[in-house]
Structure formats: C-alpha cells, structure tokens
Design a protein around this ligand. Structure first.
Ligand code: PCD
Ligand SMILES: [Cu+]
Length: 806
C-alpha cells in the first residue's frame, strides 16, 4: 500500500456507520418545512369527513335525523351505523380480540364517541353540517370508576355482550369485567408473605394519560373504481397491519390495497390502533367515488383516540430483616374504557406488565390483572413504553421505596442488595421472562457516583433540620429509579397481533455504481430511521451511510413488517437490516473471489472491501463489486446484488438504566424545581449516540409531563376535563428540565449487532425518578404514597395533609 491509501480506520470513519453521531438526514426536509404529512396530501375532487360525536358518556340513541344536514349545500353524505350495517362495518374488531362500534349502534359508551360521519366539500361546511345533525339521546347512568363498575348492581355497559361468560382472554366474572390475566405462582407467593420478616403493602395508581402527538391522527382514502385499487395514506405506526386488516374487513384483495404512511409528526403509541375514522373514510370514498380526507382536531384526539395507563396496582412485597426481597404480589384493576382496544400482543392482554419484578432477583411472584369496562374512551396503548412496561416499572420502583421505608434502609442500598447480578444472565424471572443480559451494579454505582449520592443525603438531612427550625420552606427530594425494559417484540412463537407474527424485515438493493436503497417493514415517526438504519448497513456492507436511501411506510414497495412501537425497530428490523447486509456481503465475496481469481475462503472483509488474506494490496471494493455484479457475467452467479431478510428474533432485548432526579419542592406553593436529572441508559451497542441522546431528552420530557401534571381526567358523569391543551399539560421549553445523559454498554447476546431498543426507556425510567423525588422530599415527614400527577395542587395538598402548613 502506498501512503495515499486510506487506513481502515479512515475508511471506517467515512462510512458513518455504527457509533457515529451522524446528523439526522430527515431534518433537512423538516426544518425547511418540506415534510409531507397526511394533511399535506391534496387530491382533485377530494372531500372531507368529520364526526358528529357524543356529548354524553353513556346514553341511548333514540333517533338520528340527518335531513337538515343533507340539505346544506356542499354536503355529500352523512353516514350512520345503519348505513354501515349492510356492509358489516358498523362494528369492527379491536386489536385485543374485542369489538368496537365504528358508529354508535343504539347507544354511546363514552364522551366523544363517533355517532355519524359527515362528508362534505370542505371542512367549514362539515363543521356547519355537524351542528345540523339532530341526535336524540336518553341519558344512562355513567360509570367512570373501575371498582364501581364491578359492583353487582353497576349499570350494564356492553349490552352486546349480555350473557357472555367468557371473552377473548378467558372467563368474565361480571357484566363489566373483561378478563382476569394471571402469571406466576400465587399460592407460593402467599406462603412466602405469610412467614416473611417484613411485608410492605401499597396501592400504586398510574393515572390515565394520553400520548398527544403534535400531529393528530388522520387519513386520506382514495378508491379508484376503474382499476379497483384502494389507496390509504395515514398516520399509521403499522402500515402493513392496516393493509391486512383493511383487506379482511372490506373483502378487497390485499394486492388491491396500498397503504402509505407519509411523514408522521410523532406517534408515541397513539397511531398503532385502528380508528373509526379510517373505516368511515374508506367507506365514504367507495360510496362517493371521490378521495376522502379525515383529520382529527386536538379535542378529537384527546377525547377519542387511544389513552394510556389507568392501572390501579395493589402491591405486597416481602423481605428479610436485612433487606433481601423474598416475594412480590401484584393485583391490578385495569380500566380499559368502553371497548377493549388495547394494543398488545395477543397472548398478553396486560402487555408485558409481568416484567414488574423489575431489576431485582425476586424468587417468587404473582401478577393478576382484571380488565374492566367503564364509560371512557377505548384503546390502552403503550405511550412510550413497551406494552405496559412503564406501569410495571413505576409499580416496582414505588414498592422498593415503600419497602425501604418499612425496613428503615437506604433505598439505593436496598436496590443494590437485590439487583440481579451480572453472572446471573441470562436470567429467568419468576414471572416467566428470560432477561438476555445486564450489568446493573456497574450502572448503579456509576449513577450514584455521578450525582454524589452520599453528599445529597447529607444535604437532605440538613435541609430537614433547617426546615424544622423554620429557616427554609423548601424540601429536597432525591428520586431514584433503576429500570429494566423489555423491547423488541418479539419471537413469533409468542408474540402476534391479531394472529400476525411479530417478525420484521429489510430488503436491500445495491445499485451498479455502489450506492443503495433499503426498505424496511417499520416506520419512523420522528425517531430518525433514515439516519440510523443506513448506519447499520454502512458497517455491514461498506457503503457510506450517505449513499444509502432508507424507505419505509409504503406497502407497495416495503417488505411486510409489523411496524414501529414497543421500541421494536432496532431489535427486530435493525437485526433484519444487519442480516440482509450479511447476505449482500456473502454474495459480494463470491464476486470478489472471481474477480481476484482466488478461492472465497482466501478473502477477508476489511471495512469496505474484500482483501486477499496476507496480500492486502489485492482487493476489490464494494463499489467495484457492485459494478461487476451487474455488468460482468460471473459463472454460477445471477446478475444483480439484492438481499432480503425476514427476522424472527429469538428473544426480546432488555435495555436498562439508572436515573436520578434531584428536586426542590416549595411546601407553601406546591411548586417544584428539578435541580438535576441524570439519566444513564444501557441500550447495548449504540448506533447513533446523538440520536440516542435526543430520544432520552424526548422520553424524559414525556416522563416529566406524566409525573408532574399530565392527566386525562374525567368527572363523575364522564366528561373529559382535560380535552384541550389549555388543561392537558404538555411541557414547553419553559418547564422542561435540563438532562445529563450517560451510558454503559452491555450488548444483547442474541442481536446481530448487539443493539437493544432505547426510545421508550427514558419514559419507563423517568416517571419513577420524578415521582420518587416528590415522595422522597416528604418522606422525612411521614409520606408513604400519593398519586400522580404531582401537580402544584396535589403537592400542596400533601404538605397540607402532613400538617406542614400550620
Ligand atoms: N442501541 C440503539 C437503539 C436505538 N437507536 C436509535 O434510536 C431510535 C429509537 O430506536 P428504538 O428504541 O428501536 O425505537 P423505535 O422502534 O425506532 O421507535 C419506537 C419508539 O420511539 C420513541 N421515540 C420517538 N421519537 C420521536 N421523535 N417520535 C416518536 O413518535 C417517538 N415514539 C417513541 C415510542 S412510543 Mo410506542 O409507539 O408507545 O410503543 S415505541 C416508541 C432509532 O432511530 C434507533 O435507530 C440507536 O441509535 N442505538
Ligand atoms: Cu405501556
């Protein structure tokens, strides 16, 4: 080699592959206002659809009169359940094995429920027409409390299920009961609790909230009657699933349906489910023969689309006197709203709530979850948390704190004492998971050291003394959280959605001049897949990330995949990308061997080329190989250089992290100030450190929102009290704390590049850190448990109840 030849390191740097903080390629378009969102789609002759929604949470519909609305010029159609019934589309299946009304069929079950679909020439006519639809309601008694819903004389919500003693997930014990899901060994757990030295008990409530992405949900449906093709653009987190479901529901053959997710303005789980708006838009387009657009407004989105959480978790945790945890018992009452439309893998009606033993080595455990119907909107989703993992993490991280209080032990020490040890991985949890890898002690020690934990405890103790002497009105809280996530659903053998196995895919096509396009079955909603998937491929196939186009979201071109949620893109589609890349390399090696006139086995891969072993000056670069693949006849090889991989992961990945929040609380006003927030994440091999940092900032901010003020609140008669952004807390830059990010790197042993997901981790770990900080500030004054969100009023109330205002 002469001096001009770049070294391997120089060439690797140029590729911008794994570990490179490559700038997000999608941002050029976004920052210049050149994104292409659903509402940007405009078609000739396009109509607009919008819903008449129920003002009541529970009412019988006595009549619907559409005459006045139809008489308004510009109104093309008004659909009601009666129009959908002959098509069998007035109800639709939910992702959880239940069914849901598309348009109110005889009654309404939550405020904001879709009653009629008005189709008109423009949005303004629509708004007027909605007011002209006359619906006569007869109010029925409302149940918004899941415990009251299970009382013997509670009103019957789902009359359609009358007499059905079992549902999609087993026996129903009451007319408002959906299922009881049980995991673990209850008898053994009870036994351990009975003779334990110490048992701490607490009810932990994780309130109802909402993902509230900046862009609301919407779609454009266009039925081309001439060639029988339906095109559906929409804010879908799982476009292929939408295509399959649309085909099964409508009877239109799947090849005649094209589903496209264009740019999406945030998903956060909200855009996983199937909503009545999609069905009605498709029907309206078929009926009118014109494209129909439906876009929610903010209130529609908050009131009627997928909520998150609403879990009442009754816990018991037992330990020896010196703090070794011996058992965990968790009984959940889960408020699912009017229809069970939770987005979870079929066999997991409470998602991965059974990860609630967290980061700890707990020998026996039991989890029971009762799903309950109430008069609230349907659609429990994993709002930035893989299928109920934030609920699980919040539960265990609160129980640890409660146990520490009971034991009189430091909560950081109690955690360290019970962590699963590094040499215990792969670790079999009492509730059935196999944790693939972890090194919790290292992460925890790093975190405690970074914030100087011991000094903080000293400062806190001094603060309490100063407070008692009347020298200050501010308390100091130290919020600890060590979480274990479970992401990357999932092995097809136990994870499916409506029977569709949860693999994912990547298809790569190398062009003759050595650049490439790759398509995947996932869909970015802001995560930056176009940037990071190209990086995985760059490292695998030796083509610069800048020369690789990544495409997702068009079912006519992308290979089948289950979509993006549950931080599954990196663990599953990312793995498929690496595997497809390796197929490309395997074929490239044969081509290189032919060109260099050596045996395949005499070659070795070196960043972007194959070199002859022992003779590195003889090589063929990927660019040369690409050209030869198309333009030179190579005996025994087909022309072209393409590969596809459908990847069924052997297990999920288990990212983890250590978060610490230091918070000042003003006892008199109930205000708080986050003095410090330290977030250490371990997501295995890091593809793009800068994107990871962005993910942590975003997720921690959503965690902050949820813990400190965000709530989807209802009054007793089922009115949504937080249906606008005036009331529903979305932090602005003004409220958002500053974050310090850090990492350790424990690769997943089964993922081809060792990567684990990270997008949801900061929410999973962040919520307990913020909430524990509030609790910890008041702990010296006797506070054990109080419910989120910790808004100003609730914090003031804690202080008041503890007698700190007198
Ligand atoms: N190791 C690693 C991992 C990861 N990464 C990166 O990061 C991201 C993320 O990833 P993940 O974790 O895998 O995830 P995904 O799948 O992709 O995504 C999903 C997520 O994501 C998150 N984030 C975000 N961001 C934004 N911007 N937007 C949005 O919307 C969102 N969302 C959220 C959510 S909620 Mo669910 O749905 O609830 O279930 S789930 C979720 C991407 O880009 C990747 O590549 C890296 O770099 N490395
Ligand atoms: Cu979740």
């Amino acid at each position: 080699m002469n001096d001009q030849t770049p070294t391997s390191v120089e060439r690797a740097t140029k590729l911008k592959g794994l570990g490179h903080s490559r700038k997000r390629v999608e941002d050029v378009r976004f920052t210049q206002g050149k994104g292409n969102y659903v509402d940007d789609i405009k078609m000739p002759g396009m109509l607009f659809g919008d819903f008449v929604r129920s003002p009541y949470a529970h009412a019988r519909i006595k009549s619907i009169n559409i005459d006045a609305a139809m008489a308004l010029p510009g109104v093309v159609a008004v659909l009601t359940a009666k129009d959908l019934e002959p098509l069998g589309l007035h109800w639709m299946p939910t992702l959880a094995g239940d069914k849901q009304m598309v348009l109110a069929d005889g009654k309404v079950l939550f405020q904001g429920q879709e009653v009629a679909f008005v189709v008109a020439d423009d949005r303004y006519i629509n708004a007027d027409a909605i007011d002209l639809v006359e619906v006569e309601y007869e109010e029925l008694p409302v149940v918004t409390d899941p415990f009251k819903a299970l009382e013997p004389d509670a009103p019957v919500l789902r009359e359609d299920l009358a007499g059905q003693t079992s549902g999609a997930h087993g026996a129903r014990k009451h007319h408002n009961h959906i299922f009881l899901w049980e995991v673990g060994d209850e008898a053994a757990t009870d036994e351990v609790m009975a003779d334990a030295d110490v048992v701490a008990e607490e009810t932990v409530y994780y309130h109802r909230t909402h993902p509230c992405p900046l862009e609301t949900c919407g779609c454009v449906a266009s039925m081309d009657k001439v060639n029988g093709k339906l095109t559906l653009w929409g804010t879908f987190q799982a476009p292929h699933v939408v295509r399959t479901v649309a085909s099964l529901l409508s009877g239109i053959e799947e090849h005649n349906i094209r589903v496209v997710s264009p740019d999406i303005g945030g998903g956060f789980g909200n855009k996983v489910g199937v909503y009545p708006g999609y069905v009605c838009s498709i029907v309206a387009s078929i009926v009118t023969g014109r494209p129909v657009k439906w876009i929610e407004d903010r209130m529609d989105n908050l009131m009627a689309t997928a909520f998150a959480r609403d879990y009442w978790m009754k816990g018991k945790i037992s330990a020896t006197k010196d703090g070794k945890i011996t058992g965990l018992h968790c009984q959940v009452t889960a408020d699912h709203g009017a229809f069970d439309a939770c987005a979870d893998p079929t066999k997991f009606p409470a998602g991965f709530m059974s990860i609630c033993t967290g980061s700890y080595d707990i020998p026996v455990a039991y989890l029971g979850v009762d799903g309950v119907y109430t008069n609230k909107a349907p659609g429990g989703v994993s709002y930035r948390c893989s299928f109920r993992v934030t609920e699980a993490a919040y539960f265990i991280e609160r129980m640890i704190e409660v146990l520490a209080i009971k034991l009189g032990m430091d909560a950081a020490e109690l955690r360290a004492k019970n962590f699963i040890k590094k040499d215990q991985f792969p670790y079999q949890s009492a509730l059935g998971w196999e944790y693939d890898s972890g090194d919790y002690h290292t992460a925890w020690e790093k975190a405690l050291k970074a914030v100087d934990y011991d000094a903080l405890r000293v400062e806190q103790a001094e603060r309490v003394e100063a407070f008692k002497r009347g020298e200050t009105r501010k308390l100091l809280g130290i919020g600890l959280s060590h979480f274990t996530e479970i992401v990357g659903a999932g092995p097809v053998k136990n994870c499916d959605i409506l029977g569709m196995g949860m693999f994912d895919s990547c298809e790569i096509r190398i062009h003759p001049t050595g650049s490439a396009i790759a398509r995947l079955g996932t869909i970015s909603q802001g995560q930056g897949h176009a940037t990071t998937f190209a990086q995985i491929l760059a490292s695998e196939i030796g083509i610069s990330a800048d020369s690789i186009t990544i495409e997702e979201g068009d079912t006519d071109t992308a290979p089948y995949g289950l979509g993006t949620y549950g931080s599954r893109s990196t663990p599953v589609a990312g793995a498929a990308a690496a595997m497809a890349g390796r197929k490309i390399r395997a074929k490239a090696q044969m081509t290189a061997a032919y060109l260099l006139e050596v045996h395949d086995g005499d070659l070795e891969w070196d960043v972007d080329r194959f070199i002859v072993k022992g003779a590195p000056e003889q090589f063929k670069t990927m660019t040369e190989i690409a050209y030869a693949s198309y333009n030179q006849a190579i005996p025994g090889l087909e022309p072209g250089l393409e590969a596809v991989s459908y990847y069924d992961p052997p297990n999920m990945t288990y990212p983890f992290g250590a978060y610490i929040c230091v918070m000042e609380i003003d006892v008199d006003t109930g205000t708080h100030e986050v003095r410090r927030f330290y977030a250490l994440d371990d997501c295995g091999t890091r593809i793009n450190p800068m994107i990871i940092e962005g993910q942590v900032h975003g997720g921690a901010t959503e965690a902050y929102a949820i813990a400190m003020g965000q709530e989807l609140a209802y009054d007793e008669i089922g009115n949504v009290k937080t249906g606008t952004l005036m009331d529903f807390f979305l932090p602005t830059s003004w409220e958002t704390p500053t974050y310090e990010t850090d990492f350790t790197e424990t690769p997943s042993p089964h993922h081809p590049i060792g990567a684990k997901g990270v997008g949801e981790s900061p929410n999973v770990g962040g919520v307990p850190a913020f909430s524990n900080a509030v609790h910890d500030a008041f702990r010296p004054f006797g506070l054990k448990q109080s419910h989120m969100p910790h808004d100003q009023w609730r914090i003031w109330k804690i202080a008041n109840d503890l007698g700190l205002h007198s």
